[in-house]
Every structure is written in C-alpha cells, then in structure tokens.
Write a protein that binds this ligand. Structure first.
Ligand SMILES: Nc1ncnc2c1ncn2[C@@H]1O[C@H](COP(=O)(O)OP(=O)(O)OP(=O)(O)O)[C@@H](O)[C@H]1O
Length: 273
C-alpha cells in the first residue's frame, strides 16, 4: 500500500480570489474555489452548522472526491459550489465567476452554461432516447450540438450502439453513462457528481468511474464527486475529507486503503471526542 501524500489547502488567499494550490511539482489553477464558506440551517439553539468555514480549491483538469461521515457537509458543500444552494457567508468562485451573491436567474444561467451534473438517481427523461437525453441540456439552452464532440463522448462512454434506446431499455450502468455523457457534452467548466455510483453494482460503478476519470485525463474535464465509497474515491486525483462542516484532511493519488486509513482515523477521533 502506498502511503498517502498530503498537501495543504491555502486558506490565506483573499476572499473572492481564485486560488492556486500545489499538486506535486506543479501549481494548478483552480476551476472552483471557496473562502470562508459557512452554511447554517435554522436559527438559535437548533441551528445546524452544515459548513463551518471551508476554504477549498478544486483543480482545473483534476478529479476531486469529497468524503466524510454522514452529516459532515459533503452535499451542502457541493450544492453551494454548484449554485444549487446559497451560502450563509463566504465566497464561491467557479470558472472566474463569483457565484455567491448571484440571483436565481444568474444561477440558472450558470448551471445551464458552465456546469454539468450527475446524480445518484439518473434523472433521465423516460420518453426520450439516449441520444436525445444526452443533447437535452444543449437543446434547452438552444445551443448547437457539436456532433464530433458528441461522437467522442458517446464513444468514450461506450454507448454508440445504444443511442436509439430509451432509458427503460438500458441497464442502470448504461443509464448512468448516458447521464455522464449528458453532463459532459456541453463541455462544462466543472462536472459535479453526487454519489454517482450509489445505485450501481460494482461492475457498472467501475465503468462509470473509469469514464469520469478518462473524461479528466483524455478530455481535460474537471470533476468534483461526493462519495461514501473508498473504491470510488480512489479513482480521483485527490480526496478531501470533511468532518463537522470543515475540511480536516486530504490525500493525493489515493488508493482504497489510504482512503480507508484516513476515514478510520476520523472515526476514532470522533469516538474519542
Ligand atoms: N435543508 C436542510 N435543513 C436543515 N438541516 C439540513 C438541511 N440540509 C442539510 N442539513 C443538515 O446539515 C448537515 C450536513 O448535511 P449534508 O447533507 O451536507 O451532509 P452529508 O455529509 O452530505 O451527509 P450524507 O453523507 O448523509 O449525505 C446535516 O446535519 C444535515 O442534517
């Protein structure tokens, strides 16, 4: 087992700046950053501090996984980064745009034009074919389909001979690959994936994770993925660990064992607290 290599996020950048962080010998520009991110649900004694001051940079052209115990704030962090939820305090910058503070119309435009999403439930339209599902975001945004790029993405997800099938005629893994292709076909600045393999068997999970990793390595995509699964996290370049609404650790070039090691130490710390 290789020991995890650790890097440190840079919390000292001025609020609103897009950060850089060290990755091995190189410095990577961030595609998405947060500074002083706070999200509090409710008020007074029953308030829940889902994010308690997060400073983070997600690398451009990197695959980053977010892990942590249930309730540690993973989904809240992803939702605040992707403009699906508004932070109580702090700054979010995605693709050089300050997301925190955008109004609903601006957020909708941001999500449509710059972001891709993959969820645990595949969220395909049952009456549309695989190809129509894949091109739906472009059709809604009235943007032309780049047929050459569509063919490249469809080939990468291995769906070339399934394009005329409807979701009910596809396996769960194939449906999630359609969802991945749909997230990628508009060449978004970032793909946010929330438990993308949560409903899949191990073979289908492997296919989807391999594709997400290849989308980064071969197509230059940036991917941020929330997962509970150490094997899924090992497909990422970097894993961030959240506990009680804070980033408490991270590893680069993870293996399932190195991820489990950090998760185990977090659980032991929690039990001892
Ligand atoms: N809409 C909401 N209203 C009130 N509390 C919320 C809301 N959404 C999340 N929370 C609380 O915020 C905290 C963080 O939730 P979040 O869903 O981000 O955690 P998570 O790490 O993604 O959890 P899980 O792994 O179980 O999905 C939890 O204590 C949760 O109960």
């Amino acid at each position: 087992m290789s020991s995890p290599s650790r890097t440190t996020t840079s919390p000292t950048l001025p609020s609103g700046a897009v950060g850089t962080f060290e990755h091995g010998a190189t410095t990577t520009q961030a595609i998405a950053s947060a500074r002083g991110l706070v999200k509090t649900y409710g008020k007074g004694p029953t308030a829940v501090h889902a994010l308690a001051g997060v400073d983070v940079d997600f690398g451009r052209g990197r695959f980053t996984a977010i892990m942590g115990p249930s309730g540690s704030g993973k989904s809240t962090l992803m939702h605040c980064m992707a403009g699906l939820d508004s932070p109580t305090a702090g700054t979010v910058v995605v693709d050089d745009l300050v997301v925190s503070g955008m109004n609903q119309r601006q957020l909708t435009k941001l999500r449509r034009t710059r972001l891709g999403f993959v969820f645990q439930s595949f969220n395909l339209v049952p009456t549309l074919t695989a190809e129509e599902n894949i091109t739906l975001p472009l059709d809604i945004a009235r943007r032309p389909v780049d047929r050459a790029y569509l063919a490249k993405v469809v080939d990468a997800v291995g769906l070339t001979d399934r394009l005329t099938h409807r979701p009910s005629e596809l396996s769960g893994g194939q449906q999630q690959r359609v969802a991945c292709a749909r997230a990628l076909v508009s060449r978004p600045a970032v793909v946010f994936a929330d438990e993308p393999t949560g409903n899949l068997d191990s073979t289908s999970s492997r296919e989807v994770l391999t594709f997400l990793r290849e989308s980064v390595d071969d197509l230059g995509q940036s991917v941020v993925m929330v997962t509970h699964d150490p094997v899924a996290a090992s497909y990422a370049h970097r894993v961030l660990f959240l506990a009680d609404g804070r980033i408490v650790d991270e590893i680069t070039d993870p293996t399932p064992d190195s991820v489990l090691e950090v998760l185990g130490s977090l659980t032991r710390k929690k039990a001892a607290a």
